[in-house]
Write a protein that binds this ligand. Structure first.
Ligand code: FAD
Length: 426
């Protein structure tokens, strides 16, 4: 057994991702002696790859409705402790100006994720955070005699009065977030949600699917979940069915792009509740069956392909007509009514045979984790182990695409960090 390091820290943070870095800076600025440990050789891998290397730091309008997992009330409690304007001010004070794009997403004006990571690391160093890496925590326990925590890495042991688990979830395991934090949490009596699955993950179609040949094509679509009866799937206790609108990208394996990523965790959960649930796509979200049929009926003397070309990329129109076995050169009037309506349904309510997602290796977030009901949401302290705190993706909260997952990490990390000075006085 490794001999504990002589220095007693006020707060030991396991994980120097977004939540851990934010908590470390906040707690150290409040006078706490903070030790931040991370198993990764290179710190901040996820921040660097985020937003295609530009880091989508947050979104101009964040509310609990942008998240899934815990209840909206629980999520709101944490979000309101560190609203978006605080994120903007926090980064500005660290020398990072954020700019808002038309989509509402906020990025650094440098368009470089490196700016964000460097600022956070500078913030840590200026506040006096002791950062050690690679230092993967292998064992974490509370010594009830000494009233402190002991964290052990392969070669060292560290002691601290309080510990924050900011180990992330399971998405992008090569970054170091491989779910180890979940076993630390359960060892202290925490439970985990019944399912921990990839969120914001690309979806797989069968190898023979016609859409694979359209790899690279992006379309604005509307996605929903459908029961075998054709009725919309509804999650228990939810009045509304789940609907996602946005860009979807055909790829060599299936579906990606914001709309597909956003619906992935809902598709997975729906399948667990009702295995026959399918994904329905409306390729023309501005139309419903009747309005699109009216467009076809009103077209005079032009081919079906000509009509569809006005609404969709020709490459897609041709592939879809081939799929539904309709000659692109005939006019809508030459089509029997039933054939015309089947084309309209293929365009507005096509059921896609999704066979799975690409898993945690390609997922951007984790759905499921430690339930928020086990956490004091005004401090992020565990209700089961005094002095233990949890923040970030380890918790049962996942956001839609657009900067919401980082905002959760900033807000929960800030809440945990800013409660430390009070905890040390208690
Ligand atoms: C490709 C990709 C792109 C993304 N883009 C965006 C985006 O643009 N905007 C957005 O809002 N969100 C984005 N996300 C999601 C976002 O990155 C995460 O939700 C967020 O980083 C979670 O922060 P976290 O601090 O909770 O966990 P993480 O960032 O996962 O950090 C956890 C840290 O804990 C360390 N760790 C784990 N176990 C141990 C251990 N036993 N000992 C020591 N250290 C340990 C890991 O090495 C890691 O550094 C993206 C995710 C991915 C994968």
């Amino acid at each position: 057994m490794n001999e504990p390091n002589a220095v007693m820290h006020d707060l030991l943070i396991v994980g120097a991702g977004a939540a851990g870095l934010m908590a470390a800076i906040t707690a150290a600025r409040a006078g706490q002696r903070v030790l931040l440990l991370d198993g990764a050789r290179k710190i901040g891998a996820k921040i660097l790859v985020a937003g295609g290397g530009r880091c989508n730091v947050t979104h101009f309008a964040v509310s609990e409705r942008d998240y899934a997992g815990a209840t909206p009330q629980q999520i709101r409690k944490v979000l309101q402790r560190f609203p978006v304007r605080e994120t903007i001010a926090f980064f500005r004070a660290l020398g990072v100006e954020l700019k808002q794009e038309d989509t509402g997403k906020l990025f650094p004006t440098t368009d470089s994720a490196k700016t964000v990571l460097e600022a956070l690391l500078r913030g840590c160093s200026e506040a006096g955070v002791a950062l050690q890496h690679p230092a993967r925590v292998e064992c974490l326990r509370f010594d009830a005699m000494q009233m402190h925590f002991v964290a052990t890495t392969e070669t060292l042991a560290f002691t601290a009065r309080r510990v924050l688990l900011a180990t992330g979830g399971k998405a992008l395991p090569k970054s170091g977030s491989d779910g180890a934090g979940f076993s630390f949490a359960t060892a202290f009596g925490h439970t985990l949600t019944p399912h921990i699955v990839p969120a914001l993950a690309p979806l797989l179609l069968p190898a023979s699917h016609w859409l694979l040949a359209l790899s690279g094509l992006a379309l604005d679509v509307e996605l929903s979940l459908i029961l075998p009866s054709g009725a919309p799937f509804r999650f228990p206790g939810q009045a509304k069915s789940h609907l996602v609108r946005g860009a979807m990208l055909a790829t060599h394996f299936g579906l990606s792009g914001p709309a597909a990523l956003d619906i992935s965790r809902h598709w997975t959960h729906a399948r667990m509740l009702e295995p026959r649930t399918t994904l329905r796509v409306n390729w023309l979200p501005r139309h419903r069956e009747d309005t699109l049929d009216a467009v076809l009926v009103a077209s005079k003397g032009v081919s079906v392909l000509h009509v569809l070309r006005e609404l969709l990329p020709e490459r897609f129109a041709r592939a879809l007509l081939q799929e539904v076995r309709i000659d692109p050169s005939i006019t809508p009037q030459q089509l029997p009514r039933e054939r015309r309506l089947s084309l309209v349904r293929a365009l507005t309510e096509m059921q896609l045979e999704v066979i799975g997602d690409r898993g945690f290796t390609y997922a951007e977030a984790t759905a499921g984790g430690v339930p928020l009901g086990e956490i004091d949401l005004s401090t992020m302290e565990s209700k089961l182990q005094r002095g233990l705190y949890l923040a970030g993706e380890i918790l049962d909260v996942d956001g839609r695409i657009g900067g919401f997952n980082f905002q959760w990490a900033w807000a929960s990390g800030f809440t945990a960090g800013s409660s430390q000075a009070r905890a040390s006085r208690a």
